[in-house]
Write a protein that binds this ligand. Structure first.
Ligand SMILES: NC(=O)c1ccc[n+]([C@@H]2O[C@H](COP(=O)([O-])OP(=O)(O)OC[C@H]3O[C@@H](n4cnc5c(N)ncnc54)[C@H](O)[C@@H]3O)[C@@H](O)[C@H]2O)c1
Length: 301
């Protein structure tokens, strides 16, 4: 793909990483944020990441922070939004963006779980709107889900898939705009059962995580569940489902156990306790472990 003009809205955790990936791929990137503190530090955060990963440090020169939204999106081929997860904020933002770009400009939202239809339904040119769900950190996790709505044109999906593929990402096309798309539906189906195991006293939180990490989690990066079902046999999978599924958590809403944790102010790292207790040292060690694991995986890709 030839060099494109890309605008990133929101210079937080995801926005600065997305800008970094596109700049490293040779595109010209503008980035904007409503809060000066976020914009003032964006280039130094990208530089630090590039240094840490051994990537071309000059890539940061293709990133231009611009405080004014209209100026940042003007003349862009592609705009991707990574502001806070708030439907009305995103709706207002896209209405404003649409006033400053030409119809061919593709508009993307990096929402984690909100249907793209809800975010983009007010646009005049809905055929150019798409979801692009990245994973944190954007420069280490390969997948980007590309979500089309009932209005999204084939060209919009194909162009967006190509943009990400040529930037070294692994795009996956989500054909129906459902809450949570593919990745977060799968992830939270597992989390629902994980919470339920603790709630029912079957094991404690640490044991849930140990069982996943030391058993099927070891294989997950190279063996997806449906590959695994074929590997063991769909007949065996059916037999297992007949025994296990009737006992697996299936309530439609969140667990009361989780609701109580939140009501009690046990918010996890933020407050030092959630499902488990976390000292500052524990938190730093877990974060460092995840980062080291993801870096090693990128090196072996
Ligand atoms: N953190 C993750 O792991 C992750 C993963 C995938 C998708 N997402 C999604 O990406 C989006 C951003 O998440 P994040 O983790 O980067 O959040 P963040 O809080 O780190 O960054 C959000 C940024 O948006 C800015 N912002 C807020 N209102 C704005 C406005 N009106 N105009 C411009 N900038 C504005 C904030 O100043 C902040 O810098 C959310 O929709 C989130 O659900 C997050």
């Amino acid at each position: 793909m030839s060099k494109a003009k890309i605008a990133v809205i929101g210079a937080g955790l995801m926005g600065h990483g997305i800008a970094q990936v596109f700049a490293l791929a040779g595109h010209d990137v503008t980035i904007t944020d409503a809060f000066p503190a976020s914009l003032d530090t964006v280039k130094s955060r990208i530089s630090a990441n590039l240094r840490d990963l051994g990537d071309d440090p000059k890539a940061v020169e293709r990133v231009r922070p611009i405080a004014d939204l209209a100026e940042a999106v003007k003349d862009s081929d592609y705009v991707v939004e990574a502001v806070s997860e708030d439907l009305s904020l995103k709706q207002k933002l896209f209405a404003e963006i649409e006033r400053h770009v030409q119809p061919p400009t593709i508009l993307a939202s990096n929402t984690s779980v909100i249907p793209i239809t809800a975010i983009m339904s007010g646009l005049t040119h809905r055929e150019r709107a798409v979801g692009t769900h990245w994973w944190n950190p954007p420069y280490l996790v390969p997948l980007v889900e590309v979500i089309g709505t009932q209005w999204t044109s084939e060209h919009t999906v194909a162009w967006t898939m190509a943009l990400h593929r040529t930037a070294g990402k692994q795009p996956a096309h989500v054909k129906k705009d459902v809450p949570g798309f593919i990745g977060n539906r799968l992830q939270h189906a597992l989390w629902r059962e994980a919470v339920s195991l603790v709630e029912r006293g079957i094991c404690d939180a640490e044991t849930v995580d140990t069982v996943i990490k030391a058993a099927f989690g070891r294989r997950l990066a190279v063996l997806g569940p449906l590959e695994n079902a074929d590997l063991v046999g769909t007949d065996l999978t059916l037999a297992i489902h007949k025994t296990v599924l009737p006992d697996i958590e299936s309530r439609p809403g969140p667990s009361p156990y989780l609701e109580k944790l939140v009501a009690d102010g046990k918010l996890g790292f933020k407050t030092g306790e959630g499902f488990r207790r976390w000292t500052h040292e524990d938190q730093a060690a877990l974060r460092a472990n995840v980062l080291a694991h993801l870096k090693k995986a990128r090196e072996s890709d």
